[in-house]
Design a protein around this ligand. Structure first.
Ligand SMILES: *[C@@H]1O[C@H](CO)[C@@H](O)[C@H](O)[C@H]1NC(C)=O
Ligand SMILES: *[C@@H]1O[C@H](CO)[C@@H](O)[C@H](O)[C@H]1NC(C)=O
Ligand SMILES: *[C@@H]1O[C@H](CO)[C@@H](O)[C@H](O)[C@H]1NC(C)=O
Length: 969
């Protein structure tokens, strides 16, 4: 039977003790020296306990025992603080005037905020003369949005550092399956390039978690991202638990919340080559150990607090503790906010059972792709209150666990009363753009206030820190972001970021944004899609709701209430008409993929329709776009789209092409050049989702991280198989090579090999017999086959620019080879020379991140630089296009938003039509797809409620003459 413990002494009653800690020390001394019975504390050492039966540190033990089950919280005097414990001496007060403040609860228009001593001093209408402050920095917000700092509940910032070096991977310890004793703080690199970048995205606080290689990976720590004057990891901690430096309990204040990382499912299983059964057992074993320690502590304390020292060893009584397991014991005492990486119903169920078996709570399930399918299961967690769920917006399907993930999960979970957090898993997603996750969740149906809360208030709560961060409220930490547009609008960028009242951007670069992005976007309705996702357990059919074949008779699609229309022509995208002209009332008739009539006010086309109606055989399908748009189909480039269903499952993917520069390329290959078309797979969910987002063709190279990957292909994302009409637009598009410092051979070897291949092609031109590679290279040499080189480093680009000149010098006048740099993180550094050399650039990813050393010198764009890589290249007459990161098929669907964002970031340099070019005609141009020629995407995409480039619109149809179909979603 469990012993009854005396209730823990509440802190308020024990205030007087704090007043005299000297007395406390003395009391212990006097206890020993005088042997007298000292009655200073609430629990008296009484009865017949003889002096020798009492341990010398009895009072320390009693303090510990009394605090054993105290619930964590802020220090007692926290709410009356006038200065933050993180205040940096010398920081001047700041008065922000006339902001539109989203406080975390409500909007205050035309509000002022006063920051002083690291905290928010006043909000509303503030007159600085009412305060005795001295010099105050003033900032007029001119009505701009001001929000709480962004809080990232799931980051590996500082432990999985950028750039990645062997010396900077401190994420996963592989020394055991359950290691609650490890601490992310011990690996926190203060020199990670990402701190500055994430701050530039408004991130002020992050929970730095150990990785997911273990069931229990270790303790996590919340940090603020700003540099500190002490320059140490410890000084970055938000509110350190007493255990972090071994100082143990602070007997006069409640303990602070601790954080722990747990993981279930594939990651711990694969790392330890075990099964889910082993995983859950590893948890039960660890918790059982912690449970016994807890029980012995409770028993011990029961005796100590009732002064029965003799029963627990008398003068040698020692509090039963374990440095290894104390964090897990604290879990059982309800003092740890567990962040649990967990995806699938099977794993979620296992953990929910575990919480009930051992009586503890999970603060949040992370990644959690299947939580939206099992909301009621989450409500069965021990303690009654369900855990929060921390999600990506559209990143999914990369492994089995993530396959059923849905962009509607935030919406569905919120509708089921669960708390939704959007997270980065930085550097998996660059946390600089964590807000974009909330924006996308909002686009897919998470309501406005919850979307804003999902990266501020809610994560602050889930980590137990909502007494000081997550809100713009008096007394809170002075962590705020002033935005250039509404935070839920596409591309919202900080104009200034404050952490602990310190402005973080030295001389920020602003872009003035259009009025339409100053209010939250009116996002589409996704009720039907969300319901279907749940009904089908995340594998709802993604094909069109309605498809008609345009060859079965005369079929005309009439789009009405069209606001804007874009067409392809002369290798460009042109705006036919826009809002100014149509007032949202345009009409377009499409027959056989051709716009046979387009009229701004609709009249002409409606007359034509009247004529058609008299001709019996013409079928007319009317599609109301409600102020929407018609635009050319978009093109995706560079991902594994078309080569894989589930990126991390080799049995669902084409697999990597062998690297001819590797140690043992298979001899049977000879000089075969791998063609992506030979490995194409159709109907992957990533491809179909891209199709439904207006990306109707994709250009995919063979997947390879090596030197020579092979020949890319162009295919239709909406086709069912390769033999369908129009499924493969162009079997062979371009030759792909990759040159990198992380290649198997030296960079000089890779460049040398490329030189040799090209020059030997030149020699073979004169010979009658040529091999497969020779034939391919000959096409490169005569300029009909582009050579796409994946390269990030500006230094390697310089060598390649030399190589191009050298080869062209040998070729003789007038002959040029078509070279394109893909990836191209550092291209802006040699933008002028790239322009002069006539080399094109495909930026992939679109917004660069210094993952590796050779990507270190990115041009970050506003607010850190006025130019973006794109504007810098365009200004140097470089043909630029937007691609996607290799292997990231899930990103393909976001091409429309990438393009829209690029335009918003360009200070007016890139029009809507040009933004569309970046993800259509420019890609085709660079990949050698001729206008009107093989491989060209001639599809139309219809959107309702807005254009492809904004958060208002939903893609409702694709008209594809080359495939002979009209698809409606
Ligand atoms: C606040 O800014 C808005 C937008 O620029 C402006 O219209 C308004 O007049 C300003 N209010 C004050 C009190 O300056
Ligand atoms: C541990 O850190 C706390 C909080 O910063 C500090 O008050 C205490 O003195 C430190 N203890 C030791 C042993 O360094
Ligand atoms: C870009 O092209 C334009 C028009 O051909 C020319 O006037 C301009 O000087 C070029 N800019 C650069 C940086 O080469």
């Amino acid at each position: 039977m469990e012993k009854e413990l005396p209730p823990p002494a509440p802190f308020v009653q024990r205030r007087r003790a704090k007043a005299n800690s000297l007395l406390r020390v003395l009391s212990i001394l006097s206890l020993v020296a005088v042997g007298a019975y000292v009655s200073l504390f609430t629990v008296h050492l009484r009865g017949n306990a003889s002096l020798s039966s009492i341990p010398i540190n009895a009072n320390e033990i009693l303090d510990k025992c009394r605090n054993l089950n105290v619930v964590p919280g802020p220090p007692r005097d926290f709410y009356s603080r006038s200065e933050s414990d993180r205040f940096e001496r010398g920081t001047k007060p700041v008065l922000i005037k006339n902001a539109t403040i989203w406080t975390g609860e409500k909007v205050i228009k035309g509000g002022d905020v006063l920051l002083d001593r690291g905290i928010i001093k006043a909000i509303g209408s503030v007159d600085e003369n009412d305060y005795d402050l001295g010099f105050v920095n003033k900032l007029n917000a001119h009505g701009a949005w001001l929000s709480p700092g962004i809080v990232d509940l799931h980051s590996h910032l500082g432990v999985d550092s950028a750039p990645a070096l062997k010396g900077s991977d401190d994420t996963n310890s592989l020394k055991g399956i359950t290691q609650p004793w490890l601490r992310s703080l011990d690996g926190l690199n203060t020199h990670d390039d990402a701190y500055r970048l994430s701050i530039a995205g408004g991130v002020t606080t992050a929970v730095v978690l150990p990785g997911s290689a273990n069931s229990i990976g270790g303790q996590a720590f919340a940090i603020k991202l700003r540099p500190t004057s002490e320059k140490s990891p410890s000084s970055m901690l938000l509110e350190p638990p007493f255990s972090f430096n071994g100082s143990g309990i602070e007997p006069f204040d409640p303990p602070r919340w601790r954080l722990l990382k747990q993981a279930c499912g594939e990651n711990p299983s694969s790392v330890y080559s075990q099964t889910r059964m082993d995983n859950i057992w590893s948890f039960r074993k660890a918790y059982s150990t912690a449970q016994s320690i807890k029980q012995s502590q409770d028993d011990f304390c029961s005796s100590a607090l009732s002064n029965s020292w003799s029963s627990i060893g008398g003068s040698s009584a020692t509090f039963p503790d374990s440095l290894e397991w104390e964090a897990l014991v604290d879990v059982l005492r309800g003092r740890v906010k567990i962040q649990n990486h967990c995806y699938e119903a099977v794993d979620l169920d296992g953990i929910i059972r575990l919480t009930n078996e051992f009586k503890f709570k999970i603060a949040a399930f992370h990644h959690a792709h299947e939580t939206y399918l099992v909301p009621d299961l989450l409500k069965k967690m021990y303690g009654g209150e369900p855990p929060a769920v921390a999600l990506f917006a559209t990143n999914g399907r990369y492994k089995r666990e993530a396959y059923r993930g849905s962009e509607f999960a935030p919406k569905v979970l919120a509708e089921n009363g669960l708390n939704v957090v959007m997270k980065s898993d930085h550097p998996v997603l660059n946390s600089r753009y964590l807000l974009h996750e909330a924006q996308q969740a909002h686009y897919f149906g998470l309501e406005e206030e919850l979307a804003l809360k999902s990266v501020t208030v809610t994560p602050a709560k889930v980590m137990g820190m909502d007494h000081r961060i997550g809100y713009v409220k008096e007394g809170y930490d002075a962590d705020l972001v002033l935005w250039d547009s509404h935070p839920l609008s596409l591309g919202a960028t900080p104009k200034q970021v404050f952490i602990d009242g310190i402005p973080q951007l030295k001389s920020p670069h602003f872009i003035s944004k259009p009025a339409k992005v100053q209010t939250p976007p009116k996002t589409p309705n996704w009720d039907r899609e969300a319901k279907e996702a749940v009904e089908w357990d995340g594998s709802q059919p993604l094909g069109p709701r309605e498809r008609f074949n345009t060859h079965t008779g005369r079929e005309v699609v009439m789009f009405v209430n069209v606001e804007s229309m874009y067409v392809k022509g002369q290798g460009r995208v042109l705006k036919v008409f826009g809002e100014e002209e149509t007032n949202g009332k345009g009409v377009v008739l499409v027959e056989d993929g051709e716009a046979i009539c387009k009229s701004v006010a609709g009249r002409e086309c409606l007359q034509l329709v009247e004529r058609f109606k008299q001709e019996q055989e013409v079928k007319i399908k009317v599609v109301d776009l409600d102020g929407g748009s018609l635009a050319p189909g978009l093109v995706s480039y560079g991902s594994d789209l078309g080569l894989s269903h589930i990126a991390m499952e080799s049995s669902t993917s084409d697999g990597p092409a062998p690297d001819p520069l590797s140690a043992n390329p298979p001899a049977i290959l000879g000089d075969t050049v791998i063609r992506a078309v030979d490995g194409l797979v159709f109907e992957s969910r990533n491809a179909l989702l891209a199709y439904r987002a207006g990306v109707t063709s994709a250009i995919t190279p063979p997947s390879s991280s090596g030197f020579l990957s092979g020949l890319s292909t162009v295919f239709s994302t909406g086709s069912s198989h390769a033999l369908e009409q129009g499924a493969v637009l162009k079997p062979v598009t371009a030759l792909h090579v990759g040159i990198s410092m992380s290649g198997e051979k030296s960079v000089a070897t890779q460049v040398g090999a490329l030189r040799r291949i090209i020059l030997s092609g030149l020699k073979e031109e004169t010979q009658s017999e040529e091999g497969e590679l020779g034939a391919v290279v000959r096409k490169v040499l005569d300029g009909t086959l582009p050579l796409i080189i994946s390269v990030d480093s500006a230094d390697i680009m310089a060598s390649l620019i030399h190589l191009k000149k050298e080869v062209e010098g040998t070729l003789g006048t007038g002959r040029e080879i078509k070279i394109v740099f893909d990836r191209a993180a550092e291209a802006h550094l040699v933008a002028e020379q790239i322009g002069q050399a006539g080399i094109g650039v495909i930026l992939s990813p679109v917004r660069a991140f210094p993952s590796t050393w050779e990507q270190k010198r990115i041009l970050p764009g506003p607010p850190l630089s006025q130019d973006t890589a794109i504007t810098k290249l365009l200004k140097n007459n470089v043909t630029v296009a937007l691609g996607t990161s290799h292997n990231w098929g899930w990103v393909a669907r976001n091409a429309r938003f990438d393009a829209g964002w690029t335009s918003l970031d360009s200070s007016g340099l890139i029009s809507d039509a040009q933004a569309l070019e970046l993800v259509s005609t420019n890609l085709e141009k660079l990949l050698g797809v001729q206008e009107g020629g093989e491989g060209e995407n001639t599809d139309w995409v219809a959107t309702r409620g807005g254009s492809l480039l904004d958060f208002e619109a939903k893609v409702v149809g694709v008209v594809s003459s080359r495939r002979g179909v009209v698809d409606l979603f």
